[in-house]
Write a protein that binds this ligand. Structure first.
Ligand code: ATP
Ligand code: MG
Length: 264
């Protein structure tokens, strides 16, 4: 089976993109898949959650995008979870949004580097899953992520404004499909910060399920203090509190993703 490549995107801030990227990655690695997380957000939150050093000057995705450093030289192993590695983001990446503009093939730089990396893996050490964590914007970093991926995973927070801006995101995915990456498709929607006790949360969930149908994972992620505490310990909730509702629901969501039919 080939490598599945997801980008986790939503230009709305704070909807659970990073939390979803690292916890799905951790759940998949725990289930035995070889997983690579690429942190494309200058905030470096995914790197933090995976305990990957990313102080300014650390080699990371900036060097790959701007200086053409091979990805293999900047990948780091996650200390807590075997089979899980990460390309870290440092604050230097904030400048990349501008520095990419004059570069040749500026939209394709992540894709090229990733393709080379995946093809260079020795037999029996192929990467099964790549998860790219996007910043909350639709700039060149996100465009690079869309061009490098085949599947888009959209986390949707079960809040009143959840659906606002979603049509813009879908329109952008369509533009990428038309001009830069015909293989890209929105394959997976995950409801996050769901509170089954509130009418609002259930209403948003129902609307999302009606619109996106079976792309919406049956597992929804509950609002959980354990999920929000884990990153401050440099952990995902999967290792921080494996029996918590948050860990169980991310594990269930990951299991459902493994059962999805994958386009050839
Ligand atoms: P940004 O747009 O800034 O990159 P994001 O979409 O990546 O944000 P996260 O950083 O994953 O969002 O989450 C935003 C905040 O909400 C974080 O403090 C995180 O710990 C918290 N959070 C995410 N999911 C949950 C949850 N299910 N329950 C409780 N808190 C959560
Ligand atoms: Mg984030």
């Amino acid at each position: 089976m080939g490598t599945r490549i997801f980008t986790v995107a939503n230009q709305k801030g704070g909807v659970g993109k990073t939390t979803t990227a690292v916890n799905i990655a951790a759940a998949m690695a725990t289930a035995g898949l070889r997983v690579l997380v690429i942190d494309m957000d200058p905030q470096g939150n995914a790197s933090t959650a995976l305990s990957i050093p990313h102080t300014s000057g650390t080699a990371g995705v900036y060097d790959v995008l701007i200086d053409g450093v091979p990805m293999a030289e900047v990948v780091q192993d996650c200390p807590q979870i075997s089979n899980l590695s990460c390309v870290p983001a440092t604050i230097d990446l904030a400048g990349a949004e501008i520095e990419l503009v004059p570069l040749v093939a500026r939209e394709n730089r992540l894709r090229r580097a990733l393709t080379t990396y995946l093809e260079s893996r020795p037999p029996n050490q192929e990467v099964d899953l790549v998860i790219i964590d996007c910043p909350p914007s639709l700039g060149l970093l996100t465009v690079n992520s869309f061009v490098a991926a085949r599947e888009v995973l959209i986390p949707i927070q079960c809040e009143y404004y959840a659906l606002e801006g979603l049509s813009q995101l879908l329109k952008n995915v369509e533009l990428i499909q038309q001009h830069l990456n015909a293989d890209l498709r929105v394959s997976t929607i995950l409801l996050t910060m769901h509170d089954a006790r509130t009418r609002l949360s259930s209403d948003v969930a129902a609307q999302v399920r009606e619109y996106f149908g079976d792309k919406v994972l049956r597992a929804a992620i509950p609002r959980s203090v354990r999920i929000s505490e884990a990153p401050s310990h440099g952990e995902t909730v999967i290792t921080y509190d494996p029996s918590s509702s948050g860990a169980l629901s991310y594990t269930e969501a990951a299991a459902q993703m493994r059962q999805q039919e994958v386009a050839p």
